[in-house]
Ligand binder design. Structure first.
Ligand code: ADP
Ligand code: ZN
Ligand code: ZN
Length: 805
């Protein structure tokens, strides 16, 4: 009997978790392996599609004539057995398709069809060379163009460890410089010229407007300026010739993680750290899949516990995986790992090019890198023989993917810990309620680091009642106590971190006469004013338009800007504190590769006094000279209609407060709020996580929310509101019929932002404790959503969503 392959195929709109049977051509028999990717003919048209081999057998229950697979895409499996089992588990628990899960696990380069070459890895015999490398090594490898005999022969050589396939990555040596531009005339002059040319050369006018708002001393990359002003290279050249701008050479920074770091030695642990490391060491030694929660206040030395635990695993000849929320935001953490483990470290993150990412992936796959550091998707790194998995800042919402498969990296980490018989260490100063609740139930071993590592005091936190401040000094972004504290620090040459969780200049513009608010044409949200680009922007779909000077509704000129963003605060600070040097860190100022690291490095070198930013500055930063943290508006998250609003607020305030006074000088924090009596704010002031946990658990219990209940959120979206709504009503009907009366079904309701990118969103949330039929019901809903009659309708299923909005 010939061999038969079970193949998962990738055909959008016809996804299924059941593999199809294909015959393996005689030539390739016993050469094709599970975990390899293949090309197979599909459907009546015999269209060629990609697939993955998930099983091999000698029999099939399909009694027709089996189609043969066309050829193989790889000479070796791309997924090992652990990752294949993980993919199946992921598909089941996240209601995603197996093929989607497999693709999520692979590095981006493998998802494209790059050029591939076969290289000999040992000396081949003359006969082998003559047969397989008639024109010398390496040779191009594209199995679709080779006869089966050659493919079969190459597969045999690969299995014998004599050849390997290498993906060709275009080697773009990092350009170190690029062209920069600076305005050559003052803004008034530029605006004069703009008015003169606006009729006959609108593009030139656009560029002039852009130049007029650029700070006089700023150099910006020409490519970036072109993007922002939306003009061609020719317009740039014209402008240079006319003397509107000057061109210069601008330095481009290289990937910071390639920079050498100074090696460090393990620190002498304090008593609590010692207890933690010993407990984790025992689990590593005994190959126990024990899970730990390291609950340590900010600055308590959690990182040192991680590093010394990793060292233990490596000593035993095992490997380590360390997850961090967002690599770009935590360059210090990556450097600390590299400083301890050097060349053994591989870093996986989205800032790498496809080629760089693939290089790191291969170093891991080959066992050259034994410590892997990365963000969410690094949890799928093909490290074998794991001895420890660490997840820093385990409460961070970026660990949950918000597209299919909607997995949480924590769940994957726990699965892999179980599989590899190794401990999983979850660390945070403010653990998620779920995690802390599991520790309370005894599912995780809790290790507490109650004080800062070098016995520094925790910062003193003041809550400023902005309702009172409004009465004293009107509408200002800075309370009097915070401003006084800032000036004190500037006098003492100490540094300041200020957080405002809103980017842009003003959050909306409104007409004073008719109340008209400028909204996005594609989304149900107001447009934000941006001064850097001189435009109105939608933060959801990227729509951009000119700033209105008359009301589009009533033609009144009384257009006013409301609400504060980081750009406006930066301007206000520059006016009030002309001698202070300010760095702004938000999505807009960090678009360019390496921008985060550059800003943080400048701040670390004390080239600036104030670091002003959105929540991206709250995490992980360890700057000894920062003695003051100001939160300009603590209420942004609190106002959201979501069960996690208090938790998020408490976590953010505690994290950002933890940036102050980390070294010898004591730290101070000012939290400005309109809700000074809210428990999340009061307990953040006391930095009392345990009290917060108890209080919040009580609230969750009262409201029947997670972690007392499990939750699933379903969303239907369509360009026509009625279609989305109707689909959701049908889904709710199916749920009511299929589930027990104990399941709580909330909805259908429009989502908090009902329309995004021209699509209407309707949702339902199911809260439940025990629903044996839930999986089957959701499976049916998922299959029904693929019906051809449902074109344009998207139904998503999110198990344990990060929010109910
Ligand atoms: P966390 O990750 O808990 O916020 P860190 O690991 O950043 O804390 O530690 C805070 C500071 O304390 C760092 O500068 C670190 O080098 C230092 N530190 C940690 N453990 C020790 C120790 N055992 N002895 C001396 N310094 C330590
Ligand atoms: Zn109006
Ligand atoms: Zn929009």
């Amino acid at each position: 009997m010939a061999q038969i392959g079970q193949i998962l195929v990738d055909v959008p709109t016809m996804q299924t978790n059941d593999p199809y049977s294909y015959a393996i051509p005689t030539e390739l028999e016993h050469q094709v392996q599970v975990g390899m990717r293949v090309i197979v003919p599909f459907g009546r048209g015999h269209r060629l599609v990609d697939g993955v081999v998930v099983g091999l057998s000698d029999v099939t229950n399909f009694d027709g004539q089996l189609k043969p697979i066309e050829t193989v895409l790889d000479l070796a499996p791309v997924l090992n057995s652990e990752l294949r089992q993980l993919a199946d588990w992921l598909a089941t628990t996240t209601y995603a398709f197996r093929i989607t899960c497999i693709q999520t696990m692979l590095p981006n380069l493998l998802k494209t069809q790059p050029k591939r070459q076969v290289w000999p890895t040992t000396t081949l015999s003359d006969a082998e060379m003559a047969t397989y490398f008639p024109e010398g090594a390496p040779r191009d490898f594209d199995a679709t163009k080779l006869d089966e005999q050659t493919v079969a022969g190459l597969l045999k050589l690969q299995r014998a460890g004599k050849v390997e396939v290498v993906y060709q990555v275009k080697n773009q040596a990092a350009a170190k410089t690029t062209t920069g531009i600076t305005p050559a005339l003052p803004p008034t002059k530029l605006n004069e010229i703009r008015e003169a040319v606006s009729q006959r050369a609108p593009k030139q006018a656009d560029l002039l407007a852009y130049l007029a708002q650029m700070p006089a001393d700023k150099v910006i990359a020409q490519s970036e300026a072109r993007k922002q002003a939306n003009v061609s290279a020719a317009v740039m050249t014209t402008a240079a010739e006319k003397g509107w701008l000057t061109r210069s050479t601008l330095e481009v920074y290289r990937d910071p993680f390639h920079q050498p770091v100074t090696p460090t030695k393990p620190l002498h642990l304090n008593a609590e750290q010692q207890v933690a490391v010993s407990a984790i060491t025992t689990a590593i030694d005994e190959q126990q899949a024990e899970n730990f929660l390291v609950e340590g206040v900010t600055g308590s030395g959690k990182t040192e516990v991680y590093l010394q635990s990793i060292a233990i695993a490596l000593e035993q000849g095992r490997t380590a995986l360390m997850l961090v929320p967002e690599i770009a935001l935590t360059p210090q953490m990556v450097n600390r790992v590299k400083a301890r483990f050097g060349q053994r470290v591989a870093v996986l993150h989205s800032g790498l090019s496809k080629g760089e990412q693939y290089d790191e992936w291969r170093r891991i796959d080959r066992g050259e890198a034994t410590v892997v550091v990365g963000a969410r998707s690094a949890v799928f790194a093909p490290v074998e023989n794991l001895g420890i998995i660490i997840m820093d800042e385990e409460h961070e919402s970026s660990y949950k993917q918000d597209e299919n498969p909607r997995y949480h990296a924590r769940d994957v980490a726990l699965w892999r810990g179980e599989f590899n018989h190794c401990p999983v260490v979850l660390g945070s100063a403010t653990p998620s309620l779920e995690t802390r609740a599991r520790a309370a139930k005894g599912l995780y071993t809790r290790l507490v680091l109650p004080k800062r590592a070098k016995a520094q005091a925790m910062p003193t936190v003041h809550v400023v009642d902005m309702r009172e401040q409004m009465k004293i000094q009107g509408d200002s972004d800075f309370s009097e106590p915070l401003m006084t504290a800032i000036k004190e620090r500037l006098d003492r040459h100490e540094q300041i971190v200020l957080m405002l969780n809103r980017r842009g200049y003003s959050s909306f513009v409104m007409c004073r006469d008719c109340g008209f608010v400028l909204k996005c044409p594609n989304c149900d949200i107001s447009l934000t004013l941006h001064m850097d680009t001189h435009s109105m922007k939608c933060h959801y779909c990227g729509h951009e338009e000119a700033i209105p000077h008359v009301c589009p509704n009533c033609h009144s000129k009384k257009i006013r800007y409301y609400g504060t963003g980081t750009q406006k605060v930066q301007q206000a600070l520059e006016q009030r504190l002309p001698d202070a040097k300010i760095l702004r860190m938000d999505v807009d100022s960090t678009r360019r590769k390496g921008a985060h690291e550059r800003l943080l490095r400048q701040f670390g070198e004390h080239k600036a006094d104030i670091l002003l930013g959105t929540q991206m500055i709250a995490k992980g930063l360890d700057f000894p000279n920062v003695t003051l943290v100001g939160v300009l508006n603590a209420d942004t998250a609190l106002g959201l209609p979501d069960f996690r609003a208090s938790e998020r607020t408490f976590q953010l305030l505690t994290q950002v407060s933890g940036r102050a006074g980390r070294a010898s000088k004591p730290g101070e924090v000012y939290i400005q709020t309109f809700n000074p009596d809210h428990y999340a704010i009061q307990l953040a002031q006391k930095q009392d996580y345990e009290r917060f946990f108890v209080t919040e658990m009580h609230m969750r219990h009262q409201g029947s929310y997670p972690p007392y209940y499990f939750a699933v959120q379903l969303t239907a979206s369509h360009e026509e509101e009625a279609v989305a709504a109707k689909a959701m009503f049908q889904i709710v009907e199916a749920l009511k019929q299929g589930l027990s009366p104990q399941a709580i079904i909330l909805g259908p309701t429009p989502k908090a932002i009902a329309r995004v990118k021209r699509k209407y969103y309707y949702q339902v949330v199911i809260k439940y404790k025990h629903e044996p039929k839930l999986r089957a019901v959701l499976e049916q809903i998922r299959q029904a959503a693929q019906a051809p009659a449902r074109r344009g309708l998207t139904v998503t299923i999110d198990s344990e969503p990060m929010s109910f909005m």
